[in-house]
Design a protein around this ligand. Sequence first.
Ligand SMILES: Nc1ncnc2c1ncn2[C@@H]1O[C@H](COP(=O)(O)OP(=O)(O)OP(=O)(O)O)[C@@H](O)[C@H]1O
Ligand SMILES: [Mg+2]
Length: 322
Amino acid sequence: MEVTSDRRPCDQVRVRVPATSANLGPGFDAFGLALTLYDDLIVTPGGSGVTVEVSGAGEGEVPLDESHLVVQAIRRGLEALGASVPGFTLRCENRIPHGRGLGSSSAAIVGGLAAAYGLAGEPLDRERLVVLANELEGHPDNVAAAALGGFTIAWTEGETGRAVRLDTVDGLAAAAYVPDNRVLTKEARGLLPTVVSHSDAAANAGKAALLVAAVTGRPELLLTATEDLLHQEYREPAMPESLALVHKLRGSGLPAIVSGAGPTVVVLGRPDPAAASSGPQSPGKSAGQSFFRGAPPAPDGWTRHDLGIDPVGVQVWSMEAG
Ligand SMILES: Nc1ncnc2c1ncn2[C@@H]1O[C@H](COP(=O)(O)OP(=O)(O)OP(=O)(O)O)[C@@H](O)[C@H]1O
Ligand SMILES: [Mg+2]
């Protein structure tokens, strides 16, 4: 196979799309971070319907027809681009766990839209990707990080999803503690109050601004900058073990937050140089060795993923059978 450089429709499209952590504490519905844990999609055009194959996360659970989230996103992307690809085979190799707060739905949507660009022979327009993905996802924080990589600040203008991307400080990494159980985003959102106090809102705004500084250049401020008063504690009834883990980690000086709508807990920081062999250069599951100084291994029933920051967001390769 060779990679095509022109804009004509291709024989196969490959997509790699990162997991994302949204909120990061005080940046509720705005901040996102792209992580080096990926779903891979392989789309081969042909025929008139869809064939879907899934391995890894969601295997045996997600539908294998037109209602599959990636298929819906491919269809929406093709429509937006004015391209016609009636049928295709979609192969999903999924590593991002579903319903855990690591942006699997955003990865599916951003990955599917990006695949549509590849199928249409169009270069990726990442700003438009955020707009289209926000329409499908309903909020822009995870889709922004999946589309742009790095650290993102997302917002909406009217109904339109927007985002800016910032480089993270060198060596920033994330340890993601993922429990076996799921929490659906809708359920976690239902626990939030409709009104918060002025003092909580003011404190959160200050911490969110500080977190931008911490993530981009002042990692020593991460512990205080990740304090949140708007959402995490309210969600405790839906994920008591996650909040207990956040409290325990923060109590030992580690900047732990609930990832997205939970229940995954993420610790941000820079790896202990003494444990560099398990650092972000070799992302993947950790067997419990110390990634950050003093970070405990995953509790029973949880898995710890030691991850780096993905700097580029979704990637697409258009292949031509050689
Ligand atoms: N790769 C995928 N392929 C098909 N469907 C998916 C895929 N990823 C997610 N989904 C759908 O989205 C659901 C999970 O979405 P949900 O928003 O609740 O969790 P999440 O995206 O993993 O976490 P969060 O939004 O809190 O970061 C799955 O149960 C499935 O229906
Ligand atoms: Mg989601």
